[in-house]
Design a protein around this ligand. Structure first.
Ligand code: BTN
Length: 246
């Protein structure tokens, strides 16, 4: 059965060095840019990761992009887009690199058990609690041959696939996959996304830490994207933030 797809990337602002594609696209969004506009850069001087961490890149070696979405949804529902994006990025990475890609909850994309891509979702709310827009930032390590010591858990598509890849090819496939999964989410909500997400989830079935630091078994992901962890006393705890992140 074909899925409703949603066109993204009809307008791509391809920048050189920029502070952050998130900031650049945020400015365009505030000025009224339509859904689907994309900003890319060859290097970021202030790349942003989740939880206020920096996102490192080696100039010209990464795919650094931000995609503008304007879903008609509450801020709570918009959090689901984190899973939608993780799935789409994993699918794109796997298709282009021809290497199996998994997802570490909530949305780190892994190949060979190392992080190859990260996703940052920044949403602006309107006064009624609806989302005004979402700036979806995606960083894919494409051609790095090595990483700084502090990023020992990272890899690139080139290292995993054993050949260099073109960041533009990764972007094209990513926008195609994201358009398909975003369209599916708009039409049918989270269930079909989760059905495809679960088999890629490296977190499920493993030990995970609950909010109070107790270890339990990661059983599933809830409709709002929370990780469901079974504690030794049998209770099921909802975890909203990965352990070790503030
Ligand atoms: C993470 O912490 O895993 C999320 C990293 C997201 C990085 C991307 S790179 C393109 C976009 N611009 C940014 O400043 N951050 C995101």
């Amino acid at each position: 059965m074909s899925r409703p797809t949603h066109p993204l990337g009809h307008t791509v602002h391809a920048l050189g060095e920029v502070d952050s594609t998130q900031a650049a696209l945020g400015r365009l969004a505030a000025a009224g840019a339509p859904e689907g506009v994309v900003v890319t850069a060859t290097h970021q001087t202030g790349g942003r990761g989740r939880r206020g961490r920096p996102w490192w890149d080696e100039p010209g070696q990464s795919l650094l992009c931000s995609v503008l979405l304007r879903p008609t949804a509450s801020m709570a529902r918009v959090a689901q887009l984190s899973l939608v994006a993780g799935l789409a990025v994993a699918e794109a990475v796997e298709a282009v690199g021809q290497v199996p890609a998994g997802i570490k909850w909530p949305n780190d994309v892994l190949v060979q058990d190392r992080k190859v891509a990260g996703i940052l979702l920044e949403a602006a709310a309107s006064p009624g609690g609806q989302a005004r827009h979402v700036v979806l930032g995606i960083g894919v390590n494409v051609n790095q041959a090595a990483f700084p010591e502090a990023l020992a858990g990272a890899t690139s598509l080139r290292l995993a696939a054993g050949r260099p890849l073109d960041p533009a090819t990764v972007l094209a496939r990513l926008l195609e996959q994201l358009g398909a999964r975003y369209g599916q989410w708009r039409a049918a909500g989270l269930p079909p996304i989760l059905a495809a997400w679960r088999p890629r989830a490296v977190t499920l079935g493993r030990i995970a830490l609950a909010g109070d630091g107790q270890a339990g078994l990661a059983e599933d992901v809830a409709e709002d994207g929370a990780l469901l962890v079974r504690l030794p006393d049998g209770t099921l705890e909802r975890v909203l933030t990965p352990a070790g992140e503030a």
